[in-house]
Design a protein around this ligand. Structure first.
Ligand code: SAH
Ligand code: SF4
Length: 410
């Protein structure tokens, strides 16, 4: 008879080695509380102490931003040494940090191989704006989907990012921005949440987050945990190209704001631009949006619409867009197309974009046009492409001259 395991007892749950640091030790960042309790059990922490130790660790990792056990002075030296011998809380390697003249920052991080694979590199972008700072996080290295206007879509999927790697992007950004202001605040003290540098997260970097649902969910639940990083779920936006079967779960299980990469209002064109439309056509997609849990006028869905010259930017497209979204509490984000070498499209003229925006505004939709940000460091939507498939220098220079857009969510 096969052995059985009582999965209701967290200490009996086997440790899933989802994330291994460069030194070969399992990483505690990205584990949920149950897994951390199991990790404590594994190194012999007495049962009655485990919950308390996990609370302490949680505080050090996510409130203080600690990346070294030796900082954790509320934990005894013996236990710190033991933790250090078995586990890691180290940050990934930062390969490159770029700061744009407009304050946009971009980090290239390297994560160790998983299994037989190679190390991977991932880009994360920070966009400061008046009153908020948005971090654009990647969920996969590459993408299985092949949207024709997206640079990431030209890169094959290398692999899903683990919860630790998704969270590490936020932790590194906070480190580099000096955005762990409570490093010296006593545990339990009330700390202000105002004035933080990273106030919003958008899952709009590389990859399709809903094709890495479990890992994205785990990372976002940790990011929004009130005793840790404490980002409000209303300030976290997950963008999907339209993986319809996972949309309802995004609302019920993660509870974050939803953005849909719409880009076309007719199936024929959307089949071409966003090929997942062949599997989940517009009607199914919009029905799933209508049924999105928690949807209200205060919690609208953002529809992203990339402006492609002569392709989807006519007034009749704008009319159809308004018609399609009728009854859905929605915001429309018009994104000027960011060209990349070899792309088959051009960005719509500014006048055309304004006419389009005016029409949808007149019909009651806020429709901000994303303003170009970080142009000098290639930090735009759809321009992110992992260094696992590094661009040639000439291509980079060509891209640097091009127009790019920033991301935004309220
Ligand atoms: N895979 C998810 C999230 C990442 S893409 C999705 O598709 O929604 C983030 C946003 O950037 C999407 O709306 C995407 O359509 C847009 N985008 C991709 N390539 C672009 C480009 N070249 N110019 C402007 N926006 C682009
Ligand atoms: Fe993938 Fe999103 Fe790019 Fe489409 S737009 S290829 S889903 S990253």
């Amino acid at each position: 008879m096969p052995a059985t395991l009582d999965l209701t007892d967290p200490s009996a749950r086997p440790l899933r080695p989802t994330a291994i640091a460069a030194d070969g030790k399992p990483v505690l960042v990205g584990m949920d509380r149950g897994e951390l309790i199991a990790a404590m059990a594994e190194i012999g922490v007495p049962e009655r102490q485990r919950k308390m130790r996990v609370n302490q660790l949680w505080h050090w990792l996510y409130v203080r931003g600690s990346s070294d056990f030796s900082d954790m002075h509320t934990i005894s030296k013996d236990l710190r040494d033991k933790l250090d011998a078995h586990f890691s809380v180290a940050r990934p390697e930062i390969v490159e940090e770029q700061i744009s003249s407009d304050g946009t920052r971009k980090w290239l991080m390297r994560f160790p191989p998983r299994g037989a694979g190679r190390p991977v590199e991932v880009e994360t972008v920070y966009i400061p704006e008046e009153g908020r700072g948005t971090l654009c996080i990647s969920s996969q290295v590459g993408c299985t989907l092949t949207c024709t206007f997206c640079h990431t879509g030209t890169q094959k999927l290398v692999r899903n990012l683990t919860p630790e790697e998704i969270l590490a992007q936020l932790l590194v950004a906070r480190d580099r921005l000096g955005d762990f202001p409570h490093k010296d605040t006593p545990q339990g003290a009330i700390v202000p949440t105002e004035g933080r540098k990273v106030t919003n997260i958008v899952m709009m970097g590389m990859g399709e987050p809903l094709y890495n649902f479990e890992n994205v969910k785990k990372a976002l639940l940790i990011a929004s945990d009130g005793d840790g990083l404490a980002l409000s779920r209303r300030r976290i936006t997950l963008s999907t190209s339209g993986v319809v079967p996972e949309i309802a779960r995004t609302g019920t299980e993660i509870g974050v704001m939803l953005a849909i990469s719409l880009h076309a209002v007719r199936d024929e064109l959307r089949d071409e631009l966003v090929p997942i439309n062949k599997k989940y056509p517009l009607k199914q997609l919009l029905d799933a949006c209508r049924a999105y849990p928690g949807l209200s006028n205060a919690r609208r869905i953002t529809f992203e619409y990339v402006m492609l010259k002569g392709v989807n930017d006519s007034l009749s497209d704008a009319k159809e867009l308004v018609r399609l979204l009728k009854g859905i509490p929605a915001k429309i984000n018009l994104i000027p197309f960011n060209p990349w070498p070899g792309s088959a499209y051009e960005c719509s003229d500014w006048e055309t974009i304004e006419t389009f925006a005016d029409f949808i505004n007149a019909n009651g939709y806020a429709s901000p046009i994303r303003t170009p940000r970080g142009r000098d460091i290639l930090a735009a939507c759809g321009q992110l492409k992992s260094e696992s498939e590094r661009m040639r220098k000439t291509e980079r220079l060509a891209l640097e001259a091009m127009m790019i857009a920033g991301h935004g969510a309220d």
